[in-house]
Ligand binder design. Structure first.
Ligand SMILES: Nc1ncnc2c1ncn2[C@@H]1O[C@H](COP(=O)(O)OP(=O)(O)O)[C@@H](O)[C@H]1O
Ligand SMILES: [Mg+2]
Length: 461
């Protein structure tokens, strides 16, 4: 059974787990990028700083000012670590001793006491450069002079590293997300499995199985099971009440009616005037009609009650038909109708509810007797046709006057040509429901030469 409207638990669970996984993957990506970016900058700064210090170590003072012997190792180390361009400037105050004199000095004063260089980033010659600056004091012409050494490096190398790290981080994030997606499917499946199992256990039950549900389930499902068991118990009680009502009603209606009828018959025999006799005959007829209607209503209630909880017993159709035929003999005799049977000796067995099948057959016989004129014949036949048992009741009565079967099997529906004969319109409804409950069908047809044939087809077995 599918319920529309509510989002499935599985979908909801998977979606939420996926959202969580996506958030984690993004966080992972951002973290890896930042940490790796910082680490790359630190490494490059370390090398740049070491080169700057190495250059600063070569500063010499002398009689005729500051001089320097630029150490080539410093530049080759820088060159070996990346393909970046390098600029340097050695300045005394604002005056450049050697190097690029447009390379900007640090914003704040350095102070020559600092052992390690100061780093800053700024735009230079249409690109960004990272600068390491250090100040040293040398004696020139016997006076201390503060010399600033600045080494700048473009940072394409760092960008390349960052891009590579970003790719890896994205791959890692995607991998984590994919893994989390698979795990979330598995989790959703395992979380919901007990519900599926419970539904399966309840769904597997036969329609007569109204025991309470005793299926090992996780604590979260216990309230549901408790509610379900309460419901089953109420249903069981309601069904028992219905069953009791049907049997009691049958008893309490039929017995008094039979008593009234018997008393009326006695009175009829004793009645002296023709008028009294007419009245009593009318009473007896009404009582008969009431008894018949009541019993059909109750039969129908029984069919409705039992049809989804059918007894499954082997029923010998030959015997059943013979029994019903025999029980109609007295009624048929009143109208001088002959009941003929055919094929009853063959062993034809179906599985089902004897009581309901008998009720169906009785209703067919009742119609045949009711709607036949006197001195005719009714034929009940049993045979196997195309792997189905066929029980047919054929009469030479008034026929169906063209009204179709679907119309006649409706509750309380009666044909237009039977107004003169009493009936409740429930008989064929009962027959139709009983055959449907047994997986069979009813087939009503008219004989060409007049009369009706009502046939039941039932699966064998
Ligand atoms: N053997 C039959 N001969 C003629 N008409 C029939 C026969 N069986 C059923 N019908 C028609 O089908 C209608 C419905 O039948 P049923 O449900 O048994 O109700 P009821 O017999 O109480 O009228 C009847 O009213 C009648 O018109
Ligand atoms: Mg009938």
């Amino acid at each position: 059974m599918k319920r529309t409207g509510a989002i499935s638990l599985r979908k909801r669970l998977v979606l939420q787990l996926l959202a969580l996984a996506a958030a984690l993957a993004v966080l992972l990506y951002v973290t890896v990028r930042t940490v790796a970016g910082d680490a790359a900058e630190e490494t490059l700064d370390g090398v740049l700083g070491a080169a700057t210090l190495a250059i600063a170590d070569e500063l010499r003072g002398g009689e005729d000012g500051v001089s320097i012997d630029l150490p080539h190792e410093a530049f080759s180390i820088l060159g070996s670590i990346s393909q970046d361009r390098i600029f340097y400037r050695i300045a005394v105050g604002e005056v450049t001793v050697t190097g690029y004199d447009d390379l900007p000095a640090p914003a704040r004063k350095l102070g020559s006491g600092l052992a390690s260089p100061v780093f800053y980033t700024l735009p230079y010659r249409q690109t960004q450069v990272r600068v390491a600056a250090v100040e040293r004091v040398v004696l020139a012409d016997n006076a201390p002079v503060a010399v600033t050494v600045m080494v700048a490096q473009t940072r394409t190398g760092q960008d390349t590293i960052a891009a590579r790290v970003a790719n890896r981080a994205a791959g890692l994030g995607l991998g984590v997300f994919a893994l989390a997606a698979i795990l979330s499917m598995i989790t959703a499946g395992s979380v919901l499995r007990p519900i599926d199992r419970l539904a399966e256990a309840v769904g597997r039950r036969g329609p007569r199985d109204l025991r309470s549900v005793d299926h090992p389930s996780p604590a979260e499902l216990v309230p549901l099971i408790t509610a379900l068991n309460g419901f089953i118990a109420r249903l069981r009680a309601a069904l028992t009440r219905t069953e009791t009502f049907i049997t009691e009603a049958a008893h309490h209606i039929r017995t008094p009616l039979a008593t009234v009828r018997a008393k009326a018959e006695i009175a009829l025999r004793r009645a002296e005037t023709e008028e009294a006799r007419d009245t009593l005959r009318a009473v007896i007829r009404s009582v008969e009609e009431s008894a018949r209607s009541a019993s059909q209503l109750l039969d129908h209630a029984t069919v409705v009650y039992r049809s989804d909880r059918l007894a499954r017993e082997p029923v010998d159709l030959g015997k059943l038909v013979a029994g019903v035929a025999q029980s109609f003999a007295p009624t048929a005799e009143l109208k001088d109708l002959a009941i003929r049977t055919q094929g009853l000796e063959a062993a034809v067995t179906v599985t089902g509810d004897r009581l309901l099948l008998e009720s169906a057959l009785r209703n067919l016989m009742d119609n045949a007797v009711k709607y036949s004129p006197p001195d005719e014949e009714i034929l009940i036949s049993l045979e196997v046709v195309d792997g189905l048992a066929r029980v047919a009741v054929s009469d030479r009565g008034r026929g169906l006057s063209g009204v179709n079967q679907a119309e006649l099997t409706r509750r309380f529906a009666r044909g237009g040509n039977v107004r003169d004969i009493v009936g409740s319109g429930l008989g064929l409804t009962i027959v139709d429901e009983v055959t449907a409950a047994h997986g069979g069908r009813l087939d009503l047809s008219e004989h060409a030469e007049g009369g009706t044939c009502a046939a039941l087809f039932l699966p064998l077995g």
